[in-house]
Design a protein. Structure first.
Length: 395
């Protein structure tokens, strides 16, 4: 156990953030206090981003917030509003890129008692490693009709002899950067995680059959990395990475086929490494199989520097904000990931057990209750009442 005291920065978040963030803080403190005879002290310090930051500082992502996260290295945040169409870029993307948090890590597993649209949700047990800083999420794009878009299109058509822009006069244009460096460090983190946690399959998910130099490059660089750094070998047409607890299968799957396979044969997959856009779709699709993004945790990590920002993976839910109805589990389970990342495994285990106990007893918030068919076996709780039951079950 890491016996040192732990300072954690937190961003309250927009929408339902002010309702679920206190639940997360209470759950983490309770888990640590009840799991150790001499527990380390958890200190939470608020930093600003999103709507609250805008109101107090006139900036949605103050430099002070970025500076403190860089200094402390450990933070957790509630949901932040992401504008659609015109306006500011996503604050979530800005945080990831500003801090070079190149891994978006999303564990997906099933908890008994949670309603699911699939027959065997218990077969879903995956950890998605989504590249966080490249791909089209780099935000390099220009609107239709702009001088910048016309300039890029002119260069492509006249200098590069591109003849496949169907409507060159009116197209918006975006750039998709994918590098060997960015791909390798993401895939390296996924393989290291599989080795560390004794998972036996790592799958590279891509669309390399169409985007041969970007997504296809990701695929090729992944296999090269395994051969060069992990002494991977081929046997019977498959690639394996040597591991003390049994060798790891390294394989790949085209993204559209993968989205089908996670419905038909999810038990074939364990650790998934993929690019940014694919990872966004995949992690939400997997979450839907096990109860939705309301209970899906996530983290943004730079495994080279150790810096990590954990997060609720859902949106700000303005329709229920302030109504004491939000499900706090996405943020609580992200806090569980934080504790485990900090070496506090016993406390993290106690949160998992408490979540299992609470959900199995049918104690749920409105989002899950609305999906349960036999409502006589469940109880619909407010955010605060659910928090009380969860805290009682911790430890």
């Amino acid at each position: 156990m890491n016996t040192q005291d732990l300072k954690i920065l937190y961003i309250e978040g927009d929408g339902v953030g002010p309702e679920i963030t206190p639940v997360m803080i209470s759950a983490l403190k309770c888990a640590v206090e009840r799991s150790y005879s001499k527990p380390p002290k958890l200190t939470f310090e608020e930093v600003l981003a999103g709507g609250k930051a805008e109101r107090l500082t006139s900036e949605s992502l103050p430099e002070e917030t970025l500076r403190k996260i860089k200094e402390t290295g450990l933070a957790i945040k509630g949901p932040l509003m992401t504008p659609v169409g015109k306006g500011k870029r996503s604050l979530n993307v800005a945080l990831r890129q500003s801090l070079d948090l190149y891994v978006c890590q999303r564990p997906v597993r099933y908890f008994a008692g949670v309603p699911s649209p699939v027959k065997r949700p218990e077969d879903v047990d995956m950890v998605v490693f989504r590249e966080n800083t490249e791909d089209i999420y780099a935000g390099i794009e220009w609107p239709s009709g702009s001088a910048e878009a016309k300039h890029v299109i002119d260069f492509l058509c006249n200098e590069m002899k591109v003849d496949r822009i169907r409507f060159a006069d009116t197209s918006a244009i975006g750039i998709k950067p994918v590098s060997p460096d960015g791909s390798r460090r993401l895939i390296r983190a996924a393989i290291d995680y599989a080795l560390r946690t004794n998972r036996k399959v790592v799958t590279l998910v891509h669309k390399g059959n169409i985007m041969k130099f970007t997504e296809g490059g990701f695929l090729n660089w992944g296999y090269e990395l395994a051969m060069q750094e992990y002494r991977a070998y081929r046997k019977d047409g498959k690639v394996y990475i040597p591991a003390s607890g049994g060798d790891i299968l390294l394989n790949d799957c085209i993204c559209d086929a993968f989205l089908q396979n996670i419905l038909l044969k999810p038990s074939d997959y364990s650790v998934v490494a993929t690019l940014n856009l694919n990872g966004d779709y995949i992690s939400d699709a997997l979450a839907a199989e096990v109860g939705g993004i309301g209970i899906a945790p996530g983290a943004n990590i730079n495994y080279e520097t150790g810096m990590a920002v954990f997060e609720a993976t859902h949106g700000v839910a303005p329709d229920i904000a302030g109504k004491n109805a939000a499900n706090p589990l996405s943020l609580v389970l992200s806090g569980e990931m934080l504790l485990r990342y900090a070496g506090l495994d016993e406390a993290a285990d106690s949160i998992i057990r408490a979540v299992e106990t609470t959900l199995k007893a049918g104690k749920v918030t409105r989002d899950l209750y609305s999906l349960i068919e036999d409502k006589e076996k469940a109880e619909c709780l407010s955010t605060s009442d659910f928090a009380s039951v969860l805290l009682k079950n911790i430890g």
